[in-house]
Design a protein around this ligand. Structure first.
Ligand SMILES: NC(=O)c1ccc[n+]([C@@H]2O[C@H](COP(=O)([O-])OP(=O)(O)OC[C@H]3O[C@@H](n4cnc5c(N)ncnc54)[C@H](O)[C@@H]3O)[C@@H](O)[C@H]2O)c1
Length: 326
């Protein structure tokens, strides 16, 4: 554990609670601060999570906190927001399958407004704080938080496609019957419908996957679809996807607090596009230390550029009402 580290979680519903649990179980921080607008939920989460802390040898103090206290933490994780579920169930019941997996405008506007309110309440942040945005749509909200937080760009990142990449690696490993750790494979770009599986750079034991395998060993399109659609399938049944995201967020906190300098596909600022989306990033105590630019094939590169331009267009269109009015 690094010295006197403090991690704040803003919004402790299903995902925020699971993130806190993962952080406590891995003894990453001395203090975990919970910020939540529903005070009774926050009190219950504090009590339940304190039991997790009591069960560990290392002490992690779990307590309720104000926005201002949370802003003085080493890491601030934003999981506040409503989830897709309402939009998703409406789409299912109305037979509107084309909107499945796409955040509705209502939902997006609600989460923009929540994040904007949080930035107002929390600012100013501790000068070396790192913010990790988890709430969806993650790339849009990460870009907005970056504008509003007042922190240097490299100190604001989003969970992006880290979970999708981990999931993809797991699916491919089980298809090929190899250890997941022998695969190096990323999902990149704007998370969700437009995310891109970087098959051209995927590696098995150092060789590109396409060279290492006999032709037609993997159905690349089917696997990419399965990876993209899995979150919605889980949401449809249990209403949330807390554990996978909690695990990758805790791992990101570890990279930051322990200055691990490992490469993770996280959403971060891309100067060429003026917005945040996922490319492999070197992560340490300062947040994003650098971007690793992979030699993607032309089609993958074009798809990432296209979705980045659309994201930037969306950002520009809300900039007047959201960012300049702050
Ligand atoms: N990036 C990813 O891969 C990923 C994965 C899973 C979920 N998510 C997103 O995480 C978010 C949370 O999902 P969930 O399942 O935990 O939802 P949830 O409804 O269970 O929890 C959200 C919590 O945020 C709280 N909240 C709302 N406004 C707040 C504010 N201004 N300040 C503090 N707290 C506030 C709510 O009261 C609630 O407790 C959603 O946007 C969801 O889409 C992202």
């Amino acid at each position: 554990m690094s010295s006197a580290s403090k991690i704040a979680i803003v919004g402790v519903g299903q995902v925020g609670g699971a993130v806190a649990n993962a952080i406590i179980l891995t003894s990453l921080a001395n203090e975990v601060l919970l910020v939540e607008t529903e005070f009774s939920r926050r009190a219950s989460q504090v009590q339940d999570l304190a039991d997790v802390a009591f069960s560990r040898k290392e002490d992690t103090a779990v307590r309720a906190a104000s926005y201002k206290e949370a802003a003085q933490s080493d890491i601030i994780i934003i999981t506040a927001g409503s989830k897709h579920f309402i939009a998703f169930s409406r789409a299912v019941s109305s037979g509107c399958s084309d909107v499945l997996g796409q955040p509705s405008m209502d939902y997006t506007d609600r989460n923009i407004s929540i994040v904007r309110g949080i930035m107002k309440e929390m600012s100013p942040f501790r000068s070396d704080a790192i913010i990790i945005v988890v709430a969806n749509p993650v790339d849009l909200l990460t870009s907005i938080v970056q504008e509003l937080s007042g922190l240097p760009r490299h100190q604001v990142l989003g969970s992006g496609t880290f979970l999708d990449s981990v999931r993809l690696r797991g699916i491919v490993a089980s298809e090929l019957k190899v250890a997941a750790s022998s695969l190096d494979i990323y999902v990149l770009g704007v998370q969700g419908e437009s995310q891109v599986t970087a098959w051209s750079t995927a590696r098995l034991g150092g060789s590109t996957l396409t060279k290492a395998l006999p032709p037609h060993s993997l159905d690349f399109d089917k696997i990419a679809d399965e990876c993209r659609e899995r979150a919605q399938a889980i949401m449809q049944v249990k209403g949330a996807t807390p554990y996978g995201i909690a695990s990758v967020v805790a791992s990101t906190c570890r990279s930051i607090l322990l200055d691990k300098r490992n490469v993770r596909p996280l959403s971060h600022f891309q100067p060429e596009f003026g917005c945040c989306f996922s490319l492999p990033a070197l992560i340490g105590r300062q947040g994003v230390i650098g971007t690793i630019h992979l030699a993607l094939d032309d089609a993958e590169d074009a798809r990432i550029r296209d979705s980045a331009r659309k994201l930037k267009g969306r950002l520009e269109s809300i900039k007047k009402s959201v960012l300049e009015d702050n």
